[in-house]
Design a protein around this ligand. Structure first.
Ligand code: AMP
Length: 281
């Protein structure tokens, strides 16, 4: 596995790979790999001839009060895990090269950035869209794999690709979970042992909603109320949002009368966890 740190070098390698007629698959990440990241790499491995994985903790997608400084990092471990998945190139750019002195260009996906995490994390999705477009221009992939765990991010990237005529395919990957259902996340390391059980309330709330919808409940107000009470019954939890939205436009829904995104964000101790599912009546 090659380790590339310079943008120019990555672009030159991408040109070589494309000139050789090979299909280039890409998995952008912030590192500190877990099974979710590895599953995305396997998907890329399956669909492409050459797999590039980037590790970049993107400062411009973190708010001033957020966890940029303490976000978990372990490049040595990430190297070993990526190598074991058959990744060809690990691209690890520096903040200085990505955002040099004088940097001032940003991408905004206006409507899809507004609700859910966008409302709670001002500037977050502008930072995400900007870094992903930059990485696409550096890695020049034919396809890029994104997790459904970050559902709003996935939809926003799909929209950006369409709107800006980017010549690549976005491949979604289902959320990878711990055996008990907890969605894998680099931020799960923030959970104290006594908070671990409460973290599971997100997944259990999604299950509860799926069960209630299967029983015929359609009213979002009723479902929201039940989920809220359920999560609040767990210690260390503080609900950030419980939202029911159209899976494509992310517009609010009052009834589960068709596919409906249920998206949750809950603080469990210091960790802000998100999870989601598509409810189907
Ligand atoms: P991150 O390093 O958290 O920015 O995530 C990098 C990529 O991995 C994104 O496309 C995420 O959606 C995806 N991802 C993170 N956690 C999971 C998971 N549990 N299952 C599937 N994909 C995930």
């Amino acid at each position: 596995m090659e380790l590339i740190q310079s943008v120019r070098q990555m672009q030159a390698r991408a040109d070589e790979i494309r000139r050789a007629g090979k299909r280039l698959g890409f998995v952008p990440t912030m590192g500190y790999f877990h099974e979710g990241h590895l599953a995305l790499m396997r998907k890329a491995r399956e669909l492409a001839d050459v797999v590039v994985v980037s590790v970049f903790v993107n400062p411009i997608q973190f708010g001033p009060q957020e966890d940029y400084g303490r976000y978990p990092r372990d490049l040595e471990r990430d190297r070993r895990l990526a190598e074991a998945e058959g990744v060809d190139i690990l691209f690890v750019p520096t903040v200085e090269e990505m955002y040099p002195e004088g940097y001032q260009t940003y991408v905004e996906v206006t409507e899809l950035s507004k609700p859910l995490c966008g409302a709670r994390r001002p500037g977050h999705f502008r930072g995400v869209a900007t870094v992903v477009l930059k990485l696409f221009n550096i890695v020049k992939p034919h396809l890029a794999v994104f997790g459904e765990k970050d559902y709003q991010q996935l939809k926003l990237i799909e929209r950006m690709v369409r709107d800006l005529n980017l010549d690549l395919e976005i491949v979604p990957h289902p959320t990878v979970r711990e055996p008990d259902g907890l969605a894998m996340s680099s931020r799960n390391v923030y959970l104290k042992p006594e908070e671990r059980e409460s973290a599971l309330s997100l997944y259990r709330a999604l299950e509860l909603a799926r069960r209630r919808v299967a029983e015929g409940v359609k009213e979002v107000a009723i479902l929201r109320d039940e989920i809220e009470k359920f999560i609040q019954a767990h210690p260390y939890t503080r609900i950030d949002y419980i939202e029911f939205r159209d899976p494509e436009t992310l517009e609010e829904k009052q009834q589960v009368d068709g596919p409906t995104l249920l998206a949750l964000a809950v603080f469990v101790g210091q960790a802000r966890l998100i999870d989601n599912t598509i409810l189907r009546p």
